[in-house]
Design a protein around this ligand. Structure first.
Ligand code: ARG
Length: 578
């Protein structure tokens, strides 16, 4: 139980004792501004309204029933009936001392472990991975790490686009080019390869016919054509793997469960929906009409699941996939990290899945959409000439830019150190810039702001971490082994301690809403507090007594450990020097 949950339970008991019906909650929150206590409970107002009584008087009663003698320094009633709670420094120190001895700091595993199926990254293998897949990959991976850390069973599913009519054209091209060069070379640049194939297709009628024929052969399982497709898929995915490695993303080959995996099940799903009376024939196509998404004239919205010529669609695959994730993988919570523009598609799939009985009520279906990554001009991120930005190039540029900065700030590092640091800083900056923005909104990709050493950026947090490590080096103390009792004398030390103890409730929030930016904000606030503490509370200066020095070192270590853990959950690495 985290502090917030613990205190909420105490407030809840006091509310019951004050005669408040069980349906009312204390609504405990961290106050947004200083001066309103360490936590604020604002549940008295709603309860008083329903009970037709005075909210301040009711708040008094709640306070009178609180049993927090050892925990709270004071409580006060503010405004119309807020209860501000101030925690005792002694209690905070006790909590922190216990927490700091744990290997993973203060965080306990969840009491309610779930099987969480996470759909993220999912590039189309016909083309090179581009910036459009960056957000899904970064956000999904941070969430996967976090959910796993909290004790859930995470099943990663990389729903790659590895099927469809373009593959006919691509393997026809592959076959042609193979007579001249080997496949690896032909496919070394997928973008170029795709354009060549497209040109070929548009200009050469024979080639176009072969391509179409290959689509049919692929579908009927022709061995030679399947082998070519397999080869194409392998090479294309290996490009993706390189990117995952560069990006420090946990996805592997084992997580690939592409569109093609559902092929044999598609007719089964369609038949099932027909049998259930949900799908009907309409002008030769098979369609599910959904009243839930009717237009303003009341016409139900059609979802085509099989075209007139017999082809299946993106939605059909996702329906089959939904059945698999619930039925076979036994997911309790299905999380889809897909561009917000696919929202209607996802809602249609979820609605059909529920109505068809593929998904019991107990299973949570979540489309966790995200906005667009824009350039500094506010329009979708493009190269200077207007093309799509390749992910591989973008990541290389991040490392190069970080290298220039490191070179400037710390020229005395060895080349090997510079390499390692610029990789961690450059990649960390790109990831953090994305993760720190509210998932659902668009954001502007800006090299200068993401690589700044001040502000809510990865380099700022990484730098704070190195700063703490250097304090330990200077004092000649082993960082990993250091442990000392914490004593709080300054207000800033208390604030910092409370902040450290709030990691668990922060992670709980991140997991509940799939909002990694909540963790970023937390780490940034923690770091800023640490910086103020470091200014105000000298550690290694002469005249500081041993217990105070050790306590401050202990707090600093707590901050460093929390940064390492928190950034790690975001998929960002720390280093000892920078
Ligand atoms: N490949 C798709 C795209 O690039 C994303 C797939 C997302 N996952 C899903 N189950 N539909 O747009």
């Amino acid at each position: 139980m985290n502090i917030k949950e613990f205190l909420s339970a105490q407030f809840k008991a006091a509310m019951t004792q004050a005669g408040i019906p069980d349906s009312f909650e204390p609504h405990l929150a961290q106050p947004k501004k200083a001066g309103f206590g360490d936590y604020q409970a604002n549940g008295a107002m709603a309860a008083a309204k329903a009970m037709k009584t005075n909210p301040r008087a009711l708040a008094e009663q709640i306070v009178a029933n609180l049993k927090l003698e050892d925990i709270a320094e004071k409580t006060e009633i503010a405004g119309p009936g807020f209860i501000n709670l101030y925690l005792k420094p002694e209690w905070l120190t006790q909590q922190l001392s216990a927490a700091l001895t744990l290997p993973a700091l203060t965080v306990e595993k969840t009491d309610l472990p779930q099987t969480v199926v996470m759909d993220y990254s999912a590039p189309n293998l016909a083309k090179e991975m581009h910036v459009g897949h960056l957000r899904s990959t970064i956000i999904g991976d941070a969430m996967a790490r976090t959910m796993e850390f909290l004790g859930h069973k995470v099943i990663r599913q990389n729903h790659v686009g590895d099927w469809g009519t373009q593959f006919g054209m691509l393997i026809a091209e592959l076959e042609e080019q193979q007579s001249n060069a080997n496949a690896e070379i032909a496919l070394s640049d997928l973008e170029v390869f795709y354009q060549q194939a497209k040109k070929h297709f548009d200009a050469d009628e024979d080639f176009a016919n072969t391509a179409r024929e290959y689509v049919v052969k692929l579908q009927s399982g022709d061995e030679r054509v399947l082998a070519l497709w397999q080869q194409f898929r392998e090479i294309s995915f290996s490009h993706g793997e390189d990117i995952y490695e560069k990006l420090n993303v946990t996805l592997t080959r084992d997580d690939v469960m592409g569109e093609s995996a559902y092929n044999t099940d598609l007719p089964v799903v369609v038949q099932d929906l027909i049998d259930k009376g949900m799908a009907v024939e309409d002008q030769g196509a098979i369609v599910v009409f959904l009243d839930e998404f009717a237009d303003k004239d009341g016409n139900p919205s059609p979802v085509i699941i099989r075209k007139r010529e017999g082809a299946y669609l993106y939605a059909t695959t996702d329906l089959s996939c939904l059945r698999y994730r619930v039925g076979t993988l036994k997911g309790d919570r299905l999380m889809y990290f897909i561009d917000a523009r696919q929202s209607l598609h996802m809602q249609q799939v979820f609605t059909i899945g529920r109505k068809a009985g593929y998904v019991p009520d107990s299973v949570s279906l979540e489309h966790l959409g995200f906005g667009t990554m824009n350039g500094e001009d506010g329009t979708p991120f493009k190269t200077r000439s207007g093309g799509t930005v390749k992910l591989a190039q973008l990541l290389d540029e991040a490392v190069t830019r970080a290298r220039a900065l490191i070179e400037e700030k710390n020229p005395t590092l060895t080349d090997a150190e510079k390499d390692e640091i610029s990789r961690k800083v450059g990649i960390g900056a790109v990831k953090y810039a994305d993760l720190s923005k509210t998932r659902t909104t668009d954001y502007i990709f800006s090299w200068n702001s993401m690589l700044a050493f001040e502000g809510n950026t990865a380099p700022y947090l990484q730098y704070a971490y190195t700063r703490i490590r250097s304090i330990f080096r200077k004092a000649d103390i082993n960082f990993e082994q250091f442990h000392a009792p914490i004593t709080l004398s300054e207000e800033l030390e208390k604030t910092l301690t409370l902040k450290l103890l709030q990691l668990p409730e922060t992670l709980e929030h991140v997991a509940r809403e799939a909002f990694p930016h909540v963790l970023c904000t937390y780490l940034f606030e923690l770091t800023s507090l640490f910086m103020s503490f470091y200014e105000a509370c000298p550690i290694l200066k002469d005249g500081i007594d041993e217990p105070t020095r050790n306590s401050r070192l202990g707090l600093s270590k707590g901050v460093a450990k929390t940064l390492e853990l928190g950034l790690g959950l975001l998929g960002i690495e720390v280093m000892e020097k920078m």
